[in-house]
Ligand binder design. Structure first.
Ligand code: SF4
Length: 428
C-alpha cells in the first residue's frame, strides 16, 4: 500500500475524486508495496486501481488515459531502508550531535540508488528485491563495493552476513543491470592487493560496470568508531597508480575509461588533476570525481560572457581542499572582468580540520569568514553548502545570514552562474 500526499489540480486523479490520504492498494491486480510499484505498474494507460479512501471506504478506479498523460498523484515519501552494516568509516557516525534528525539516517536502499543515485551496498537486498530490480530494470544502480574480496568486505562493512558482492553483481548484470561502483579506501584494509582484486573483478564484469570510483576515507573529528589509518599523500599516490594502470588498460582494450580517482586523491597526492576529457560524461561528479575538471571547464567556457566589473571587490569563500586550485581560476575571472577577486579560505567548525571540502562548510563558518569583511562589494559562497530549503547543515537559514552580513552574498556553483547570469545584482 502507498498513500497519496498530493493531487495535482486539473489532473486525471482530481477528476477521479482521489484525495490526499487515499491508500492505493493495487494496480491491475498487482499489490503496491512502495513508490516503485506505483511508478512501474502505472506505466500502462488502461488501469484498474484498488484504493481505500481516507474514510475507510474501498473503491475501484478504472482509468483509461490518453497515452502518457500523468495521473497527477504525488505519494507520501517512502520509508527508507536502513543500513544493516556498521562501517567504522561511516560518515554518519562521524557527524556531531545536535543536527537535524534526518541527517543521521543511515540509508542503504537500492530504490534510492536507482531513483536518486544514492550509493547502496546491496547487503540488505533479498531475493524478492533482486526479482524487482530485474523486472523493473532498475539500472544503473550506484553500488558501494568497497572490496570484492568477501572476507575484506565483511570487515569493511563490519557485518559478517554481507552477501558476496561479485555474485550479486554478476546475477544482476546477466539480467541487463548496469552499475556505477565506488570503493571507499581505508588504508591497510582495502588498498593494495585488495584494491587490485576489486578492480580486476569489476573489469571482468565487462560493460556492466559503467564506472568505478576510488575514494579516500573521510574521517571527521567525531568518527568515534574508526580505528584505521588516516589517508596520507603516499597512500593516495599509490591508489592513483592502481587507477592509472586500469585506466590505461581500459583505453587500450576498450577505447574508453571506466575507472577514476576522486579529486581529493589527486589533491592529497599533490598530483596534477586530469582534464575534462578523462571523465567522459562525469557520471560520478556528485561523488567528487572530476568536479575540479568540470569547474575549470565551465569557468573557461563562461569567461566571454562576463560583464566588465572593473574595481568591484568580490570575496570567494571556499574550503581548504580547493584553496590551492583557486588562484588560477580567480586570475582568469579577474582578467576577463576587471574585478578584484579575493580568496577567503574557511575551515569547517562542525566537522573539524580533517574535513576540507567546501560543500561541508556551515552557516557559522560563512558568518565567521564574512562578518567583518566590510571591504567587499559582494561575496560568493559554495552553493553546495545549502539545501533546497536554503538551510545550511548547522540549521542556519541562508536568507537570515545573508541579511546580517555586510555585503550581498550569492551561493554559486561555478562563479559564471552568478557573475554572468545576474550582472545587475552583482553590479548593484
Ligand atoms: S554502508 Fe556503512 S557507510 Fe554506508 S550508511 Fe551503512 S554503515 Fe554507513
Amino acid at each position: 500500500m502507498v498513500r497519496v500526499a498530493r493531487v495535482l489540480p486539473e489532473s486525471i486523479a482530481e477528476e477521479l475524486g482521489i484525495e490526499p490520504g487515499t491508500e492505493l492498494v493495487s494496480v491491475n491486480g498487482r499489490e503496491l508495496h512502495d513508490f516503485l510499484d506505483w511508478e512501474f505498474l502505472t506505466a500502462d494507460d488502461e488501469l484498474v486501481v484498488e484504493a481505500r479512501e481516507p474514510n475507510g471506504d474501498e473503491v475501484v478506479y478504472e482509468v483509461s488515459r490518453p497515452e502518457g498523460e500523468p495521473l497527477g498523484i504525488t505519494l507520501e515519501p517512502p520509508n527508507v531502508r536502513r543500513c544493516a552494516n556498521r562501517c567504522e568509516f561511516c560518515f554518519i557516525e562521524g557527524l556531531p550531535t545536535g543536527l537535524r534528525r534526518n541527517l543521521y539516517i543511515r540509508d542503504d536502499d537500492y530504490r534510492l540508488s536507482f531513483t536518486y543515485g544514492n550509493f547502496a551496498t546491496l547487503s540488505n537486498v533479498k531475493e524478492r528485491d533482486i526479482a524487482r530490480i530485474l523486472e523493473y530494470r532498475l539500472s544503473p544502480l550506484y553500488v558501494s563495493v568497497h572490496a570484492t574480496n568477501w572476507e575484506a568486505r565483511k570487515v569493511l562493512l563490519n557485518n559478517p552476513r554481507v552477501p558476496n558482492i561479485v555474485d550479486q553483481l554478476r546475477r544482476l548484470a546477466d539480467g541487463g543491470i548496469r552499475f556505477h561502483c565506488q570503493m571507499v579506501i581505508v588504508p591497510g584494509l582495502n588498498d593494495g592487493a585488495v584494491l587490485e582484486e576489486s578492480l580486476s573483478d569489476l573489469w571482468n564484469l565487462g560493460d556492466a560496470v559503467l564506472s568505478a570510483a576510488v575514494v579516500p576515507v573521510g574521517i571527521t573529528q567525531f568518527s568515534h568508531l574508526y580505528t584505521g589509518r588516516a589517508m596520507d599523500a603516499a597512500t593516495a599516490g599509490a591508489l592513483l597508480d592502481h587507477v592509472a594502470k586500469w585506466s590505461d588498460r581500459a583505453l587500450r582494450e576498450r577505447g574508453e575509461n571506466w575507472v577514476y580517482g576522486s579529486d581529493e586523491l589527486y589533491l592529497l597526492a599533490e598530483r596534477e588533476l586530469p582534464s575534462a576529457e578523462h571523465y567522459g560524461d562525469f557520471s560520478q561528479i556528485e561523488n567528487g570525481i572530476g568536479a575540479v575538471a568540470s569547474l575549470r571547464e565551465r569557468v573557461a567556457a563562461g569567461l566571454d560572457e562576463l560583464p566588465r566589473m572593473d574595481g568591484r571587490r568580490i570575496g570567494v569563500v571556499t574550503g581548504k581542499a580547493m584553496a590551492i586550485l583557486m588562484p588560477e581560476l580567480l586570475d582568469q575571472l579577474r582578467e576577463s572582468s576587471g574585478a578584484d577577486f579575493q580568496l577567503i579560505v574557511a575551515e569547517s567548525s562542525l566537522f573539524g580540520p580533517t574535513i576540507t571540502t567546501a560543500g561541508l562548510l556551515v552557516g557559522a563558518d560563512i558568518e565567521r569568514a564574512l562578518a567583518n569583511r566590510h571591504d567587499l562589494d559582494i561575496a560568493l559562497i559554495p552553493a553546495e553548502t545549502i539545501n533546497e530549503d536554503g538551510i545550511f547543515l548547522d540549521d542556519v537559514d541562508f536568507e537570515k545570514l545573508r541579511a546580517a552580513l555586510p555585503m550581498p552574498v550569492f551561493p554559486s556553483y561555478d562563479f559564471i552562474d552568478i557573475l554572468a547570469a545576474e550582472p545587475e545584482a552583482v553590479a548593484a
